[in-house]
Design a protein around this ligand. Structure first.
Ligand SMILES: Nc1ncnc2c1ncn2[C@@H]1O[C@H](COP(=O)(O)OP(=O)(O)OP(=O)(O)O)[C@@H](O)[C@H]1O
Length: 649
């Protein structure tokens, strides 16, 4: 019975093209992908058999077999795991199920080197077989089902699925018709070398059988031999695991292909007994902000895989962590529901989070020490990322913990890095506090869309003149944790764009007071403010003399009890609020324009002109703040009128 060829989903075709054309030099990885999938399939079956032992049929010893048949030019990888039915085949091998795929494809630039790096991070899975095979046949039967299926494809036109004429053993068998230039994969030595390099961490036996072509044209068979250690890597002593083995295991569990940034491997004994082998990636996964992102930490109970998406095991803000936690205490047949709310998981989570944060802190410390040394790193270390570079990719996620996890807030604040007016790089809060000026009792910050634009905000003029450091917060998540966190080491966080800010108590050496310049006296200021209030009436909540401005004439700030300016804009953009609230307008009594306006305010014949100027001033403050001006046409007319007057004078 033949079936018509079904086309691959568009994404699959694109990924196939990329894989075949760009990863050519690394084609050994196809075998790693097949073994990785086979091992996952065995894990899934072992778990399901806990509640349905009959699924194991008469074949309970889970294993992976590789058969290299030189006479036929075929390489077959077989597992007796969970298997696939017709729907599984179409869904898993005809589409790309992974949620980040679309974003991954969007990020491809057409620049071969860059794309290669991306593909390396993404992982290519099953489709990598088409680098070495011009035809692939999958025979499979799902555990507990009678029907067997055959899926076949040349990796170009699409695929066919049909029911197999005879029942096949449970599990999946994938046969590659090797291309003429890929016959090296029939060599036992080559296969052993690939398995040693990439798949040595696999916890179930991998058996290899090689059939060579004998002189008489007939096949000469070798007895199948086990070619791996077949012990789960996390159960082995640390001293016996090489860096390469750790890395390959990380690639397997995380479905990632970067260097891990940090690793945690330990066994806890006592009230709770478990082993954890966890990894922190160095490159941000594509789907880090995808709500459907699969959870990265797998739960095992006494070496049996249980689940890979137990939310209770890792907090959301550590969703980039992947690896394995293997418990000795849990019941094997306990339901997911019970696990999710169980005390054992909660306790493990607490300990895991603490140790992970400590490990990241150790990385931060080592990275700072290394950059302070300024020594050239040995070759092996050159690849490791600095903590700051790592933070740039993962900081926004970790900062979610500042409002989600009050218990670890202190640790997270120590880990956090920010842009600030002190240099171009990142700073820690500890370093900020160490640099605070005499008389300074708060950590000043300003938040907005980009730290480069923030550097020239009028609201930080006084602070800059006094040498007071200001954090430049340009990550939207900052607006969410700040209201919760309030202080660091007893020093409150203080926004420069909200409420009244008075820096006069801060003593700063060599402070260049603008003493020489004339200043409006209190009386004149009061009068001007009253006059501005009549002109701008309903448009602002208040008008006051500024203690934060130095060079600019005006700026906007939010009410002490209102939302910070940027948070409000952010909420509006995301339709969480209908409109922005009214602002406070601050004026700089030392600015020439403000002084001239004070003069103008005394002259009643210039009333209309004053009103126009006041509106122009307010619009100017809005523009600097990046806020919309309500009537751009009127703004432009006023501007032209005053410019023309200025030129005529
Ligand atoms: N030997 C197998 N037995 C059972 N299911 C399999 C087997 N091989 C592949 N699959 C199914 O096909 C899916 C797609 O496999 P593929 O290798 O392309 O992606 P993946 O394993 O999900 O992720 P990655 O690309 O990172 O390896 C798997 O998730 C699995 O459901």
């Amino acid at each position: 019975m033949t079936e018509t060829v079904q086309p691959f989903e568009a994404d699959v075709s694109r990924v196939l093209d990329l894989v075949i054309n760009s990863l050519y030099k690394e084609r050994d990885i196809f075998l790693r992908e097949l073994i990785s999938n086979a091992s996952d399939a065995c894990d899934k079956l072992r778990y399901q058999s806990l509640s349905q032992p009959e699924l194991l049929e008469t074949d309970p010893d889970l294993k992976i077999r590789i058969l290299a048949d030189a006479a036929l030019g075929l390489l077959t990888v077989t597992d007796n795991g969970i298997g696939m039915n017709r729907e599984d085949l179409c869904e898993n091998l005809g589409t790309i199920a992974r949620s980040g795929t679309a974003r991954f494809l969007e990020q491809l630039s057409g620049d071969k080197d860059k794309d290669l790096k991306l593909i390396g991070q993404f992982g290519v899975g099953f489709y990598s077989v088409f680098m070495v095979a011009d035809k692939v046949v999958v025979q499979t039967r799902k555990a507990g089902e009678d029907k067997s299926w055959i899926w076949a494809s040349d990796g170009r036109s699409g695929y066919t699925v049909q029911e197999a004429p005879a029942t096949v053993p449970r599990g999946t068998s994938i046969t590659l018709h090797l291309k003429a230039d890929a016959k090296e994969y029939l060599d036992g030595w080559k296969i052993r070398q690939i398995v040693r390099t990439y798949s040595d961490h696999i916890g179930i036996p991998i058996l290899l059988e090689v059939r060579e072509k004998a002189g008489d044209g007939k096949a000469k068979a070798e007895e199948p031999q086990q070619i791996n250690e077949a012990s789960a890597i996390w159960t082995r002593p640390k001293s016996e695991i090489s860096e390469d083995q750790y890395r390959e295991f990380y690639h397997h569990v995380a479905h990632a292909f970067d260097e891990p940034f940090a690793r945690l491997h330990f066994t806890a004994e006592g009230v709770l007994s478990y082993t954890a082998l966890l990894f922190v990636p160095s490159t941000r996964p594509f789907d880090l902000f995808d709500p459907k992102r699969r959870h990265g930490v797998k739960l095992y109970v006494r070496r049996v895989f249980i689940t890979s998406d137990l939310e209770a095991l890792m907090p959301r803000y550590l969703r980039f962590v992947s690896g394995v936690v293997d418990s000795e205490d849990l019941q094997l047949n306990v339901s997911r529901e019970t696990l999710q709310h169980g005390a054992v998981i909660a306790k493990m989570k607490k300990a895991l989070v603490r140790r992970l944060l400590d490990e990241i802190a150790a990385k931060a410390k080592a990275s700072t020490a290394a950059s302070a040394d300024g020594e050239a790193k040995p070759d092996g270390e050159a690849k490791t990322k600095s903590y700051e570079d790592w933070w740039a990719e993962f900081g926004s996620v970790l900062k979610e913990g500042l409002y989600e996890d009050a218990e670890n807030r202190e640790k997270l604040l120590e880990l956090a890095r920010f842009r600030s007016t002190h240099g171009a790089g990142w700073t820690s809060l500890a370093d900020y506090v160490a640099r605070m000026k005499e008389g300074q009792d708060a950590i000043y910050y300003i938040s907005g869309e980009s730290h480069t634009a923030l550097r020239t905000s009028p609201q930080l003029e006084q602070a800059l003149a006094k040498g007071v450091e200001v954090l430049l917060l340009d990550d939207p998540v900052d607006d969410f944790w700040l209201p919760e966190v309030k202080d660091y080491q007893g020093k409150p966080f203080r926004s420069l764009t909200r409420g009244e800010v008075d820096l006069s108590a801060i003593k700063a050496e060599g402070e260049a007071e603008k003493e020489s310049e004339p200043k409006l006296d209190d009386e004149a200021l009061k009068r001007l403010i009253a006059r501005l209030k009549t002109a701008l009436g309903e448009e602002v909540t208040d008008i006051r003399s500024s203690k934060r401005l130095r060079d600019s004439a005006v700026c906007l700030v939010a009410d002490e009890h209102g939302l910070d300016l940027r948070l409000e804009r952010f909420l509006k953009q995301h339709s969480q609020i209908d409109r922005l609230s009214k602002r406070v307008l601050e004026i700089n009594g030392q600015h020439e324009l403000i002084r001239r306006m004070a003069e103008m305010a005394k002259d009643e014949t210039k009333g209309l002109q004053f009103d126009e100027l006041a509106r122009l001033l307010l619009d100017q403050a809005r523009i600097v703040e990046g806020e919309p001006i309500p009537d751009p046409g009127a703004f432009s007319r006023r501007m032209s009128t005053f410019l023309a007057k200025g030129l005529a004078a």
